[in-house]
Design a protein around this ligand. Structure first.
Ligand code: KDG
Length: 349
């Protein structure tokens, strides 16, 4: 039986109702986000033993975030509720989401500087004990981008996990307002020897640049929305360079604004490339779509799905998330995603 843990920042999410503009909003809907928290939540919802580790201020905002996770069956036992002595600004990171509509794209504004997790000094934490008993660790480029303390935490956890034989997934999750491409690429490059499952490293052509790899010419040839063969070429580059990688997956959206959308994914798994079905849908809320893809893939891998089913389940999970308001993928049960994956849209009565 798998035991999953992820480490990252949980954020308060504030959104104007009804696709409103922030500049015109009289009120905001409050919920929670944060890539890793979204994944912990989605996996708990699918019945996986799922744990979240983070630091939140020991005040009503921090406690509400923990309560939300707990009420969704996420284990928060290791969570740190910090005091002002430990994290002087004593704050929960926040993000404002202006949901796009039709041709108007979504907008994210972060207000997370010096949040509790960013300020916390993890050097006293026994990571060996923290990760004990877990079979799967998920980390992402977002936590790595939060500052020196978090960056060290991520890289120490990767090393500890490797020593303990824990499966590691890593989502590149590049956020341009938190760090530069070069920083993100260099840090991810250092992480890759410890990673088993690699997600979200788009656009690839920026990653594999000249000077960084002998197949640097891939750079100019891989468009933002690659076809199968181009995608396979990129996977090969990663796989050759990092033989420990078991799985590399990428989902591709075929419209970046607009409510009509299609989604599919490419996955490299143990030497072979797979392409998912194409799913089309209307977007209600696209934030968290990548996390739903990640949680779907992790779930399918944990449960020994065939590779074709792994990639289809992951995309179906993401497609469903696009129809759910909020960051989290709270599907009723696994069969909802399985039905979509099999293109079975019948109403269950
Ligand atoms: O993947 C969804 C995240 O982007 C959202 O929850 C906010 O974690 C977040 C971030 O840092 O962008």
């Amino acid at each position: 039986r798998h035991r999953f843990i992820t480490i990252g920042e949980i954020l308060l999410r504030l959104t104007p109702p009804d696709y409103g503009k922030i500049r015109m909003a009289a009120n905001f809907e409050a919920s929670y986000g944060g890539s890793e928290a979204n994944i912990a939540l989605a996996l708990a919802n699918l019945g996986i033993d799922s744990t979240f580790f983070s630091v939140v201020p020991n005040n009503s905002l921090g406690k509400s975030a923990v309560r939300m996770l707990r009420s969704n069956d996420v284990n928060c036992t290791p969570m740190i509720l910090s005091t002002p002595e430990e994290t002087p600004t004593h704050r929960l990171g926040t993000y404002y989401l202006e949901n796009g509509y039709g041709i108007r794209p979504s907008k994210v504004t972060y207000d997370r500087k010096n949040s509790a997790i960013t300020e916390y000094d993890f050097s006293e934490i026994d990571l060996d004990a923290l990760l004990d008993g877990f079979t799967w660790l998920h980390l992402s480029g977002i936590t790595s981008a939060l500052g020196e303390n978090c960056r060290k935490l991520v890289s120490d956890c990767l090393k500890t996990a490797k020593k303990k034989g824990i499966t590691v997934s890593y989502d590149g999750n590049f956020r341009s307002t938190l760090w530069s491409w070069e920083e993100a690429r260099d840090f991810c490059t250092d992480c890759l020897p410890y990673v088993d499952v690699l997600l979200g490293i788009e656009p690839y052509h920026l990653w594999i640049d000249e000077g960084n790899h002998e197949k640097g010419d891939v750079k100019d040839e891989i468009p933002f929305q690659p076809d199968f063969w181009q995608q396979e070429a990129v996977f090969q580059v990663f796989a050759e360079r990092y033989p420990n990688l078991k799985c590399i997956a990428r989902h591709v959206r075929y419209a970046y604004s607009g409510s009509e959308n299609s989604l599919k994914a490419y996955m490299w798994y143990c030497g072979q490339t797979y392409e998912s079905k194409l799913f089309s849908f209307h977007i209600l809320d696209r934030v968290g779509g990548g996390d739903a893809f990640a949680s779907g893939l992790i779930y399918a891998m944990m449960n020994g799905y065939e590779p074709e089913d792994m990639v289809n389940f992951a995309v179906a999970s993401s497609a469903i998330k696009h129809t759910i308001r909020g960051d989290g993928n709270i599907t009723d049960d696994v069969s909802v995603i399985q039905n979509l994956m099999n293109m079975n849209y019948d109403i269950k009565r």
